[in-house]
Design a protein around this ligand. Sequence first.
Ligand code: NIG
Ligand code: FE
Length: 408
Amino acid sequence: MMTLIGPFSQLLTLDGIPLKGAVSDSQLQIIRDGALVVEGDRISAVGAYDELKRDYPSAAVQTIEGDAVCLPGLIDVHTHICWGGSRAGDYASRIAGKTYLEIAEEGGGINVSVRGTRKASSGELFEGLRKRALRHLREGVTTCEVKSGYGLDRESELKVLRVIGRADGELPIDLIPTALSAHIRPFDFDGTDREYIDYVLHEILPDVKKENLADRADIFIDRGAFSKDDGAYFLRQASDMGFKLTVHADQFSSGTSSIAVSAHALSADHLESISEEDIDLLAASTTVAVALPGCSIGLGMNYAPARKLLDKGASLAISTDWNPGSAPMGDLLMQASLISAAEKLSSAETFAAITCRAAAALDLGDRGILKEGLLADFIMFPTDDYREILYNQGKIKPSAIWKKGVKV
Ligand code: NIG
Ligand code: FE
């Protein structure tokens, strides 16, 4: 059955936005009094409401009353929202003056979440993940990547990835799993960093593959995590095993996004400390630069140089990094608004960074744009002017959300 949904005061398709480089708002395709025709989980047509009503006379009609701006469903490409325990203690220490790295060296940080996540049952982990994923969905996120990385032993990593798979199956939001078993060497691993990487490669990832729990792998390359050599080694092996790659790069020290580029990673994420040289390398590559403003806010540090990356020609996605430690807020639209104000990003660049360019970072060709044949994932805001959305810095929430053609 076909359904005509509209009219929307403005419908932003994001179609025709290039995958890389700076974009001005004049490049936005805005359809006034626009509508979509949806059949099953896909979009059959996008256009002016009056024309579609004439062309699809037998379609059922879902009439939109009042002011409404329609956008593709938002895509968050970097989260760690399956965890147990709390890191409120870390946060209190940080705002009292300790750094993230100092807290980690003293036994706080990621290892606190490892203990909490190992202790939690699958049911408890599921409940936490369900609550966070549904909050994201209500705020317009229809596709959300979720990393493991707080289990850090075979059994616990598989437990977390199974919970993510269950939540993906049961909730009306797509959850894209990533194995971040190479987050850090956990406190209780008896061996070197390289031995832990080998443990991940030989004891965890083969089972992740066998059970089809994730086809993406990630690693944290930085001070307090893994060295560049270990990182490059891991990425080569994981790629040979058939995993798509993404990298936590250039957060505290520079020189790691070039490793992501050499490994043909889909994305290099963080980039708060990226060097000029690596900006050029990223810009010349197909690796998407992912800025994580929620982490900059959570740690009280600078944003990734998003303006410079775009001006040099890179593809930019913006994501929340929602996690219990460095980025506890988890509000994609608010964070995209804040980084766009600080870095001077156009509305077109900011929307592209949380829709079509985010889809590219996840290698998902079926979403992120409102176009015939793609998934009917779209959201609506109660305003007649798209500029109001970023202007209100996350305080105008979507008034309706459609996931795979169904209003949720
Ligand atoms: O993306 N940088 C490393 N990993 C996460 C933080 C994890 C944590 O502190 O729990 C991040 O910021
Ligand atoms: Fe992260």
